[in-house]
Design a protein around this ligand. Sequence first.
Ligand code: AMP
Length: 258
Amino acid sequence: MNIVHCMDEWRARRGSLSGRVGFVPTMGALHEGHLSLIRASVDNNDVTVLSIYVNATQFNDPSDLAKYPSTLEADLAAANAAGVDWVLLPDYSQIYADGYRYQLNEESFSRQLCGTDRPGHFTGVLTVVMKLLNLVVPTRAYFGLKDYQQFELVKGMCEAFFLPIEIVGVETVRDQDGLALSSRNKLLSPEGRKLAKKLNKILSRNETDESVRDALEGEGFSVDYVQLRGDRRFAAVHAPGYTHPVRLIDNVQMESLK
Ligand code: AMP
């Protein structure tokens, strides 16, 4: 496995790669959810590129960025074992040599759901994804359906800008009790972790958004939103953490609507 910090070096090496290139962008603290994206890429491409980059511009809350977990050594071992060929570890000065003067905005869906409570979040996401796609020039890029709104926005961006890249959505990987794996789960207190497992179950109830919100609040979550959109219900909530409440998101495809 090749590890590259310098993006100029990577661009020079990219030219010598042939075949189908699969790309998995992450912010590190890798878990089984990330590994399922990596495995999908390894199984379906000739070369797999993983990026680990904690993208400051998508954090609307500086304390959220400061707390973001980092486990680089373990990440590299897991990536190597899963068959990654190239790991890109850029830093802010390389990704944002423009000082973030150039930004990629989506004017509609990015303002809903998570966009309501996290102003600027999806502009940061779309901007960094566009930069990473242009650096990697993949055949396919893999995104988790846990972050369904992100997946849909990235897919839409590639269509809107005629990028010849297939955006592949990968099913959410969950703990046995139903909690969607997330790097942020590490920050939950024991009490918060016990509560967190109820999110997925309550979200799947065949009830109105209002009654699902009441049930979540009744259990002790603080709720940002609960919203049915098409055949999926989306939610963002906060559960107790060691130092601060931890924001959790999830979405489920509603059985009755399938
Ligand atoms: P992150 O490091 O949180 O930015 O996530 C990197 C990628 O992994 C994103 O495409 C996420 O949607 C995906 N991902 C994160 N958690 C999961 C999960 N539990 N199941 C599937 N994909 C996930």
